[in-house]
Design a protein around this ligand. Structure first.
Ligand code: MUC
Ligand code: MG
Length: 366
């Protein structure tokens, strides 16, 4: 089970429906496929989605840091030496999605080598999650139509509404239109990607007080320290830290500092090894958890559902697992399907991900 090869392959797949939100927009999935091969011929896979507006990584940078720094540090290690792997990756600061894709590809290879699914290895709580769909910026009628389409085609009834525009009434009108259209048939929550000030956030939340929201995420920057604590005190739903609290240390700081009382776990940025640490921390601190989406492709979504299904706390709420539906194509030989509002973990060892060689040849950029 020794690592003999590490590959970072850039690929690009356009979105049919670009996602727009307060901190950026995504039109093409310019991701990096990571492959880890062992001396037994096992190949583990995962994908890294560069998000320059959130973590500063780029597609070129991810390939360079894997080829130049991480691959030489990992080659020769055994798949079971997971804390060694974690420690070696940790010598380099930043680069969260590059490190995470390596970590998840290694877990995939480990699962295949041992004959267990990744979900079973991590915790084995369940084999599926309910799905929450993210609605990006648009006019109210278009966002309602999108929610209808997701409900009719996939049975999805939980929606995260992107907010954070100015004036905030652009967004509160959307949430009101969704509630009026669906009544109590759907769960709604909002994510501001740090777009509003604390006072705008407070006013917007007051205006939506009758709309039965279940969560509010990153409405304003965590760096607005006093304003954010002031805001969290007056919002009467859990306030989710997403991009402000990635590492266990950041989660501890945000939660104990009163700047959040729920957290988003994204395997794309903390892999399986660090996501597990964050999960245990959240359990210990007694904060709610949402499995978030880094605008992942199918492989990334498979990683998310594999992790989210492993624990009771992560599978309790609907996970954000559906952004791949907006892409024109993907790399998996057998596409993921969301049915009855649920995504099921692949049976079989590892992640159960098989890359279609023709698709990879078509979309790879190197
Ligand atoms: C989300 O939950 O915020 C958009 C920006 C980012 O970092 O992640 C996505 C979704
Ligand atoms: Mg978010």
């Amino acid at each position: 089970m020794k690592i003999t090869q590490v590959e970072a392959i850039p690929f690009a797949i356009p979105y049919a429906k670009p996602l727009k939100f307060a901190s950026g927009e995504v039109h093409v999935a310019e991701h990096v496929l990571v492959r880890v091969t062992t001396d037994d011929g096992v190949v583990g896979v995962a994908e890294a989605p560069p998000r320059p507006f959130t973590y500063g990584e780029t597609q070129v940078g991810i390939v360079a840091v894997i080829d130049g720094i991480f691959a030489p540090q990992l080659i020769g290690l055994d798949l079971m030496e997971r804390e060694q792997i974690h420690g070696r990756l940790g010598r380099t600061v930043g680069n969260p999605t590059a490190k995470s894709a390596l970590d998840m590809a290694i877990w995939d290879a480990l699962g295949q080598s041992l004959g267990y699914g990744v979900t079973e290895l991590l915790g084995g709580y369940t084999d599926r999650m309910r799905v929450s769909h993210m609605l990006g910026f648009d006019e109210p009628a278009a966002m309602v139509a999108e929610a209808e389409r997701m409900r009719d085609l996939h049975g999805i009834t939980t929606f995260k509404v992107k907010v954070g525009r100015r004036p905030f009434t652009l967004d509160t009108a959307v949430v009101r239109a969704l509630r009026e259209r669906f009544g109590d048939e759907v769960e709604l929550y909002v994510d501001g990607n740090r777009g509003w000030s604390p006072s705008e956030s407070a006013r917007a939340m007051r205006e939506m007080a009758d709309l039965d929201l279940t969560l509010a995420e990153e409405l304003c920057p965590a760096d607005d320290l006093i304003g954010r604590r002031w805001l969290v005190q007056q919002v009467d739903v859990p306030f989710v830290a997403d991009e402000s609290a990635v590492t266990p240390a950041e989660v501890t700081r945000e939660v104990l500092g009163g700047s959040a009382n729920a957290i988003s776990i994204k395997t794309a940025r903390t892999g399986f090894t660090t996501s597990r640490r964050v999960h245990h921390l959240a359990e210990g601190l007694g904060v709610e958890v949402v499995m978030g989406n880094q605008i992942d492709g199918q492989l990334g979504s498979l990683c998310s559902v594999a992790f989210g299904s492993a624990f009771e706390l992560t599978s309790r709420r609907a996970g954000e697992l559906s952004n791949f539906l907006d892409m024109t194509d993907d790399l998996l030989a057998e596409p993921l399907e969301i049915r009855g509002g649920e995504l099921v973990v692949r049976s079989g060892p590892g992640l159960g991900a098989v890359i279609d060689p023709d698709k990879l040849a078509r979309f790879r950029q190197d």
